[in-house]
Design a protein around this ligand. Structure first.
Ligand code: SF4
Length: 400
């Protein structure tokens, strides 16, 4: 992994209280093994480093000299529940020392079905965790095998039921477009998910990231790939099966009961600021985006010496902030409230990419509608159409 490291403490300087982020991400970089498609920042089979990681994380968190109030916390990975109950308790205590949870704070932990024991669930619940994001990916044995997951469909179902009895707000991650996965098999996974006590589903198309085993195997022709047409069909199947069971799509890849949308992810799509800690964690504080070193051992070594280690650091100018906000806001089904956007960012959406906007409106990939949502009064919203959601990346890129 080639990274150019920078040392800077300024990313931990807190802005005035009214401008502080209200969301926190903590990255836990450990798993029992690395799945073939995964390019996340993590170490597999290095439990010996978990204690050092916790000490390093404690030093990074200590950079915040004051306690901050947050409305959402997301502990992701890796597999945060790969830690022992005692290590999870240490992690939760550390977070509680630096962050005050506001009433109703959404506190999510990512977990995998295997190894999610009753004692870990008790520790999570007692530590304030009120939402679990379970990496189930599929309820089909062959698809799980292809993905190199270590749980069985039955283990996943049992884990969902056990987890739900302790922490009722459960989200599942599912994957479509997996080599060999038929449309029928994908539909069965969706139906199984909706028969379980689940309040939120994230459904992603499989990607082949450079550097992963899957990328290499695809280049060597080892996979029976799902055609683009089939992948589009599987996306459409997710939209319809989940909608029919009351899980409303609210973002390109996310579906939820109306009161169970991910408050934390809404912060990202709203282009609001957030804290982040741990190797590879990316934060947005003081109008500055910065990312911690992704090399886990270097990150640990550095923070054990109390030295920050960053790989990216960029202060956004006002037009970049506005462009990013369009790109993120269009991910949501409701789109962007254009009047509100202009007040907040100082630019009309239409001024950022006038030609592309006109073209996408004409071809029916974008639309403008008058509607009222939440605290917004009557507004003209710009949003992707249903057809636009199938090619979302190619539409939003025109605003960057
Ligand atoms: S369990 Fe999740 S984070 Fe861990 S290697 Fe597999 S895909 Fe990556």
């Amino acid at each position: 992994m080639n990274e150019t490291w920078k040392h800077s403490r300024s990313v931990y300087d807190l802005p005035p209280i009214a401008e502080r982020p209200r969301a926190l991400y903590v990255h836990v970089p450990f798993c029992s093994h690395r799945c073939g498609y995964c390019d996340f920042t993590l170490l597999a089979g290095r439990n010996d480093l978990i204690g050092f990681y916790l000490d390093a994380l404690s030093n990074e968190l200590a950079q915040l000299k004051e306690v901050s109030a947050v409305d959402s916390i997301f502990v992701g990975g890796g597999t945060p529940t790969h830690l022992t109950p005692h290590q999870i308790e240490q992690l939760l205590d550390m977070i509680a020392d630096h962050f005050e949870l506001t009433p109703g704070c959404e506190y999510t932990f990512e977990a995998n079905p295997d190894g999610l024991t009753r004692s870990k669930l008790d520790v999570l619940r007692n530590g304030g965790v009120n939402r679990l994001s379970l990496g189930v990916q599929s309820f089909d044995a062959d698809v799980l095998k292809t993905l190199e997951r270590t749980h069985t469909p039955r283990q996943a179902q049992v884990a969902v039921e056990r987890a739900q009895a302790c922490i009722p707000n459960i989200s599942l991650d599912l994957i479509f477009g997996v080599p060999g996965q038929s449309d029928v098999v994908w539909r069965e996974t969706l139906v199984t998910a909706t028969e379980l006590p689940v309040r939120h589903v994230s459904a992603y198309g499989l990607t082949f990231e450079k550097g992963t085993r899957f990328y290499r195997r695809r280049s060597q022709g080892e996979f029976e790939l799902v055609s683009d047409e089939s992948e589009r069909e599987q996306y459409a199947t997710a939209m319809s099966v989940l909608r029919d069971t009351g899980l409303e799509q609210y973002e390109i890849s996310n579906y939820a009961h109306p009161d169970a949308r991910s408050r934390h992810n809404e912060v990202y799509w709203d282009a609001s600021e957030y804290f982040a800690f741990g190797p590879g964690a990316a934060r947005y504080v003081n109008r500055t985006r910065s990312t911690n070193a992704r090399n886990v051992t270097r990150w640990i070594e550095s923070w054990l010496k109390n030295e920050p280690l960053l790989v990216e650091y960029e202060r956004l100018c006002s037009i970049d902030r506005a462009r990013e906000a369009v790109m993120l806001g269009l991910r949501r089904n409701k789109g962007i409230a254009q009047g509100e956007f202009r007040k907040r960012f100082g630019y009309a959406v239409s001024s950022l990419a006038p030609e592309a906007l006109e073209r996408h409106l004409k071809t029916g990939l974008l639309e403008q509608v008058s509607a009222e949502y939440g605290t917004h009064g009557p507004e003209t919203w710009l949003r992707l159409t249903n057809a636009g959601r199938f090619v979302a990346d190619s539409v939003v890129i025109d605003f960057l």
